[in-house]
Design a protein around this ligand. Structure first.
Ligand code: ADP
Length: 238
């Protein structure tokens, strides 16, 4: 039994990837309370959808998980490490976390093949190894026929495929996706979602996906619903 109310790491199973307790985030000197104390554990290999209306704190939560911003209080652990206390947050992001966003964030003056190589530039790979891996990644997302195209010559669905390939470059075990289908029509949204489910299964990635769309969220194995900075329900599919 754990009756502790301190900010130490919550009692967690060994396969726990994220553990948050009493996690709060305020902006504008406390005028905005984006997270009002959330508690959860996310296990290795889960596909979790975070759902809720605009402004309820979903993106803020994802930013905390990705060490893109610091919580105001509470605790957040990635495995055995306190995320706000990480000595090298950018190293954490590069090695442990794959990100995809609604807006794709591809570099416009680089081809698909070059965009996918970007995260590999920091690693000590030869150019040949980089190109080879980028080709494999683009193939795995069904983009082998568009490798030399610039983002402006790709459809929204294709851009997101390239962004997903890029996010996988460093073989991070965790994928954080912020409204990954938000800019896509429903057909392309379904295709991207199927791709995420397949990658999740084939690569045993832990996926945390923010969406405001319940239909999209249904693809996840667990849905955490938020409202006004709090978790209001947390349900797993059998
Ligand atoms: P969601 O992703 O659910 O739409 P967000 O996490 O983006 O919600 O925002 C939660 C609340 O925090 C909102 O009221 C939003 O306006 C506010 N907020 C988010 N980021 C900032 C910021 N950098 N500065 C001030 N307020 C912010």
């Amino acid at each position: 039994m754990n009756a502790s109310t301190s900010l130490s790491k919550p009692a967690a199973r060994r396969d726990c990837v994220f553990a948050a307790a009493g996690l709060k985030k305020e902006y504008d000197e406390g005028q905005v309370q984006a997270l009002r104390g959330v508690d959860f554990q996310i296990m290795q290999g889960e596909f979790v959808a975070i759902i809720g209306p605009s402004g309820c704190g979903k993106s803020t939560l994802l930013q905390m998980l990705g060490a893109l911003d610091l919580p105001s209080s509470g605790s957040l652990y990635y495995r055995d490490e306190s995320v706000p206390d990480l000595k090298d947050p950018s190293g954490y992001r590069a090695q442990q976390i794959a990100f995809i966003f609604q807006a794709f964030h591809l570099l416009p003056t680089f081809t698909a093949l070059e965009n996918v190589q970007m995260p590999m530039l920091e690693a000590k790979w030869s150019r040949e190894e980089r190109v080879d891996r980028a080709r494999q990644l683009l193939k795995s997302v069904g983009m082998e026929h568009r490798m030399g195209h610039f983002p402006s010559k790709l459809s929204g669905g294709e851009r997101q495929r390239v962004a997903i390939a890029r996010s996988l470059a460093n073989r991070a075990p965790v994928l954080l996706a912020d409204e990954p289908t938000g800019n896509l029509d429903s057909e392309n949204a379904q295709l991207i979602l199927e791709l995420l489910v397949r990658l999740h299964q084939e690569q045993s990635m832990t996926v945390v996906m923010v969406t405001h769309d319940l239909e999209i969220a249904q693809k996840a194995s667990r849905i955490i619903a938020m409202k006004d900075g709090r978790i209001v329900s947390d349900s797993a599919k059998n």
